[in-house]
Write a new protein. Sequence first.
Length: 531
Amino acid sequence: MTIRYASRTCNPSRYHHSRFFLGFLLAFFISLFTLGTAYSAEVTLAWERNTETDIKGYKIYYGTASRDYNLFIDVGDTTTWTVPDLNEGTTYYFAATAYNNSLPAAESQYSDEVSKTFCTYAISPTTQTFAASGGTGTVSVATQTGCTWTSSSGTDWLTITSMTGEAVNYSVRQNTTPSPRSAAITVAGRVFTVTQQGASSTPSNATYAITASAGTGGSISPAGAAQVAQGADQSFSITPSTGYAIADVTVDGSSVGAVGIYTFNDVAANHTIGATFTNTTCTYFVSPTNATLPASEGTGTLTVTTQSGCSWTANSSAPWLAITSGSNGSGSGTVRGLIAANTSTSSRTATVTIAGTAATITQLGSSNVSSNTTYAITASTGTGGSISPAGNIAVSSGSNRTLTISPNTGYRIYQVLVDGNSVGAVSSYTFNNVTANHTIRATFARCTYSVSPTNATLPASEGTGTLTVTTQSGCSWTANSSAPWLAITSGSNGSGSGTVRGLIAANTSTSSRTATVTIAGTAATITQLGN
């Protein structure tokens, strides 16, 4: 990536009013050497040579805070340099200066700054043993989104067959010699070692033991020490008891996640597999738990809310209410039913039972409701917002009514309850085909805002800057500048997290100046250096 910055004037008292360009070409890679368990990274910087004839060299300044450099390197008269021994997972900031051959040497101001956050990488497993017959395997790679990596093998009998964004697949060729051998694949700078037995080191009838164990709350099958022939595959099933869920499965001491089945492929060594479980008594919520429907044929929906992995069934107590979908499920879901027309003048009631929770469905008789029947929808709110219309709203039978929920400044919608059941943090809700009284209540929560950075120092030249706003979804904010020389170009208002961008005019004065950008009551102080 090439970044070219506008020219900047050096300090007149230090460097003859010279102007220079510093365009950084950044190439980042993780070095392949290690010190203990720590990994080291390095960055290569390149810049354009100044046009002045008296340039003697350049210095690279860097550190872990923007414009606060605690390290520097005098790189001499070169336009590229590699900075070694940087830490993974750390953001570094870099700037350059030029100096001339006068005595003492005059040094320019800092160039515009560039930064780099180094990725972290972890592979699993780090070693694997194969029989002489060979086989295939996978190395998983864990890193942050957007982090790139490469892999390579240094031998012809251990080859990389394919790569995905999260793993490397490899193949081990048959060892026809009697001697065992080892080789490595380098993945994201980490070393994965493969050891293969010699052709005569494993008899054809060799067996290995896979020891399986399970903690309280479930079982693993087969359990105990399973004897597996060399080169064969063996699968294990992990099953939680009622009221429990799989917490983790470990293979040879390393976690493979909360999986329900695990297979050892091409077994060539002893292994262990263990499962642990967590007590997760399932809770179920059904909404609504009461509903009144007209005499005409129609459909209805019930919402089931529960934890992932919690199973349930739904049953109707009456033949006129047939469940058409969702008769059973796992985790949250919906149950849909078809309600036959009620030709009787009397109302009737059915119960839909879901995981022990009953929803009572009442269907009116064919002449139960007169054309002028009305029902009341009672709307209320907590502190921090409003609902419209509010209070007791009269609604004609069979009609629809929409209510709007609005948070006050500095608040967000936290939750909306309809007939005591949550429908989420919605800004509007519609009651359709009203045939009963209802309630709706909205609650609100205060918004919190953070602005980054809250202090920044910029060069005298014209440029741009960005502030990051972090807040909850639905929280609105505005941004204002206290000075005409700092104009907000985008993000003057927003909702939820976002960015504010500004254009900073050149400072033609020799004195620095300060402006404040205020976002949702939080001030960011911007200082621009004098020319």
